[in-house]
Write a protein that binds this ligand. Structure first.
Ligand code: FES
Ligand code: FE2
Length: 425
């Protein structure tokens, strides 16, 4: 549980807030590259970190990320003309390039130099691995991009998508590092296993034993999280996950290197205090993603048109089916459009859940540690200590994993073994 004051401090991310200032020290995905398919294509609206922005791809193919509102009299640049290396406001024709410079001001006399004095807020962008990344912090503190393993695998070894959770980013992250919920929320009554893992040992173990022992270690990148469940008589089923500063997670699928054994990196980027962009990148290191590997990606791309949310959503009680809940699945919530089961739990807490009412158990060990790390890092920045992770892109070269291991492997004594599994499955 957190006090209301700590909770507010952890969750509010607008300009000038303590957490907002901290998060703006990092590069993060802002959209998928495919949303701006070609030079001079229509601009799109992008809400990010509580700011209303527009993105456009200019004539050179570079992506601009600008304040939505024209600095003249605040008309929306979403309606702008994207032409000749800039976006032109259709109200009085002022034009801005991707750096935010006003490059034309045809509504003023030719001899005026007013345009040289006007700028619009513009954030630097870079494109990598299917996403347009943005940096919204101070120019003199601009760090390197995080260097994830999935940025180095062949394109066919990856799947990616994005959607929105109608909740604050912290509770979205908490849902991801809470492995125990899978044994309930995502379980199938009829098959006695877990969603998407019907034929696998991992799905069976998670159904058979619904509790887990948690082991959490603080790392340079954030947290290494081990969750251990009884498997067969002589083994445990381990799931090794990471939470990485400030809102990245990696969670495993099935043990081994077979079907459904890909790794999942999720990036939980605040749209505003009350909603979150979820960017998914799933990958295999050694082989292309197969059809079943891509099921989750396909479902996360099957959304309500134009809204980036599942067809079953907060507005329609997620289309809960009480008959299905009695007979087929634990939750009775539909699958195949977004991550409905997760969204239904995370969003209906309230967009910024009041954590002073919580009663946390041992299954919340990782969540407690993540909150502590996040608040500590933001407080340190306020005291002048810059976040270490932003100058160490290599911190992000980790990978989640799952494995069935002998009973005598202990997290504390054998952390190196587990990290090795983690790095070289
Ligand atoms: S409001 Fe944009 S040019 Fe006037
Ligand atoms: Fe889940």
């Amino acid at each position: 549980m957190l006090t209301q004051e700590e909770n507010e401090l952890m969750c509010r991310i607008g300009p000038g807030t303590m957490m907002g200032t901290y998060l703006r020290r990092f590069w993060f995905p802002a959209m998928m590259s495919e949303e701006l398919p070609e030079p001079d294509c229509p601009p799109i609206r992008v809400k990010l970190m509580g700011e209303d922005l527009i993105a456009f791809r200019d004539t050179n193919g570079d992506v601009g990320l600008l304040d939505n509102n024209c600095p003249h009299r605040r008309a929306s640049l979403f309606f702008g003309r994207n032409e000749e290396c800039g976006i032109r406001c259709v109200y009085h024709g002022w034009k801005f390039d991707i750096n935010g410079d006003c490059v034309d001001m045809p509504s003023e006399p030719a001899e005026s130099n007013f345009k040289d004095k006007v700028k619009i807020t513009a954030y630097p962008t870079q494109e990598r691995s299917g996403f347009v990344w943005a940096y919204m912090g101070p120019a003199d503190k601009m760090p390197e991009m995080p260097d994830f393993e999935w940025m180095h695998v062949p394109e066919e070894n990856r799947g990616f998508a994005k959607f929105i959770y109608e909740s604050n980013f912290v509770q979205a992250v908490e849902g991801e590092i809470d492995t125990v919920h899978a044994s309930f929320l995502h379980s199938n009554l009829d098959a006695q296993t877990i969603a998407g893992a019907a034929t696998t040992s991992g799905g069976r173990f998670m159904y058979n034993e619904r509790w887990a022992n948690f082991f959490v270690r603080e790392k340079d990148y954030g947290l290494l999280i081990g969750a251990r469940r009884p498997a067969d008589a002589d083994s445990y089923y381990w799931r090794i996950s990471q939470w990485m500063f400030p809102f990245y997670t990696m969670t495993p699928r099935e043990p081994g290197n077979g079907e459904n054994s890909f790794v999942r990196c999720r990036m939980w980027v605040p749209r505003d205090d009350d909603s979150t962009w979820v960017f998914l990148s799933h990958w295999h290191r050694h082989r292309p993603m197969g059809e079943s590997d891509l099921r989750e990606i396909v479902s996360c791309r099957n959304l309500e048109p134009g809204k980036w949310i599942g067809k079953a959503n907060l507005g329609n009680d997620y289309l809960i089916d009480r008959e299905m809940q009695k007979t087929k699945t634990y939750a009775g919530l539909p699958r195949g459009t977004g991550r409905v089961e997760d969204a239904a739990m995370i969003e209906t807490m309230g967009s910024v859940v009041d954590r002073s009412f919580e009663h946390l158990g041992t299954s919340d060990t990782a969540i407690i540690a993540m909150r502590r790390q996040l608040i500590k890092a933001a407080r340190e920045l306020e005291e002048g200590i810059e976040p270490a992770a932003v100058t160490h892109p290599e911190f992000y070269q980790v990978r989640s994993s799952s494995a069935v291991l002998p009973l005598d492997i202990m997290f504390d004594e054998d952390a190196e073994v587990l990290e090795e599994i983690n790095v070289n499955p």
